[in-house]
Design a protein around this ligand. Sequence first.
Ligand SMILES: Cc1cc2nc3c(=O)[nH]c(=O)nc-3n(C[C@H](O)[C@H](O)[C@H](O)COP(=O)(O)OP(=O)(O)OC[C@H]3O[C@@H](n4cnc5c(N)ncnc54)[C@H](O)[C@@H]3O)c2cc1C
Length: 475
Amino acid sequence: MLARALVTRLRGVVGADGVVDGPEALRVYECDGYTLERAAPELVVLPRTPSEVGAVLALLAAGGIPFVPRGAGTGLSGGTLPVAAPVMVCTSRMQAIEAIDVANRRIVVQAGVVNQWVTNAVRAHGLCYAPDPSSQPACTIGGNIAENSGGPHTLKYGVTTNHVLGLELALPSGELVALGGLVEERPGYDLVGLVVGAEGTFGIVTRATLRLVRAPEAYRTLLAVFESVDAASEAVSGIIAAGIVPAALEMMDRLIIRAVEAAYHVGLPTDAGAVLLVELDGPAVGVDPQGERVAAVCRASGVREVRVARDAGERAALWKCRKRAFGAVGRLAPNYCTQDGVVPRTRVPDILRRITAAAERHRIRIANVFHAGDGNIHPILLYDERDRDETARVLAAGREILEACVALGGSLTGEHGIGVEKIAQMPLLFGPDDLVAMTRLRGVFDPEGRANPHKIFPDAKMCVETRTPRRQAAM
Ligand SMILES: Cc1cc2nc3c(=O)[nH]c(=O)nc-3n(C[C@H](O)[C@H](O)[C@H](O)COP(=O)(O)OP(=O)(O)OC[C@H]3O[C@@H](n4cnc5c(N)ncnc54)[C@H](O)[C@@H]3O)c2cc1C
């Protein structure tokens, strides 16, 4: 139980409206997009500025109190679940775009700025911020940095780490430190690279300097319709082997096509086995010839039909299907759990077969919508949380899918992070020495282990925590 004196001091820093402590209001913060486990914090603190974050963390440091950072709460691996951390520090009021430097193509934003707002702020200058998670209308830059988020267009442009030039980090002591800077290359250790993807275990990112890129002159967006997932996967390998690097190369299988079509009515072929959404961008003279080459590769893989978006409206409709696919999943089941694994691109057909086998073995339904060009799979495991047996089968199937990714030479996560969800699988990829080395590295930033404790790394205390009532799986 937090001391009343501390709560009063925190109110003094962030204002009376910057502290949430009522039981009903706290329920909003009991999970992020990973809903299998829930636990509300004792207190949520909403600072308005980087210096308020520093002051809040200094007060928590004085009491030795652990904390959980939170942005918009769209994370999919339970990174914001409070486990032995009574205070949540949420950046959602830190929304300032502090500087735009068009000539040098960079922008300085506070951590709570929503991803989509960055491109909105520079679009008139012909610029954009490349990492575009499908959650971009909601997720924050701080969350993107913590998870090293990707998106459909990161096949060509790279993930978040490729677009962060510098950042300010509030260490768990409350001290604000500036890492990186305003230019791409700097001597010394890549400390920005360390913080990107650290899932809030080094402290709280308060502001960031982001790299902007020139918005492409032209786009060609194609929808290739296949009878089977295998044929679509073959086309994915063929496109890359032909030396074409699409801006995006996304796949949807039959189950998700049907849900998306029922939700958005854009004319998707509901009898298809799979569709590929392929986007090419660049100089106007280049996109049509590239589009023809993509269509030729698809024909060689037995494509049934290739549709080309004729204007911006048709392109937007196709992207709506992809980016809002998760929003259509409610038509399939009351609950879903999105897995995030990686396999080498050539193993996509293998992992999809294993996903189908896992679904059959565990008697559950799994839909697939994913970044095929990156080999980054997102099986959506459907269930009803009121059915405890089905929930347990979903968890077992999810574990098997991740094990299969690793066995096929891949990884446990492409972009959603480890959070609490995949802690138990970390030893599949890392030996004890690796895990100890990473924990020591974390200790440089957070010697007392108070920043987002019990995330990423399997540890003995975690096993105890999972059995306490504070962290209950919603089953
Ligand atoms: C419909 C949907 C689609 C999605 N599509 C994609 C996608 O295409 N690509 C992708 O990569 N992800 C995707 N995601 C996952 C999610 O949106 C990303 O992980 C996103 O970056 C999380 O941002 P957030 O602000 O919501 O962070 P939160 O969920 O609030 O937090 C995520 C993690 O970051 C930490 N954190 C948050 N802010 C800070 C900070 N300022 N400093 C330090 N740590 C911090 C938290 O402690 C937590 O561990 C999707 C999610 C949904 C619901």
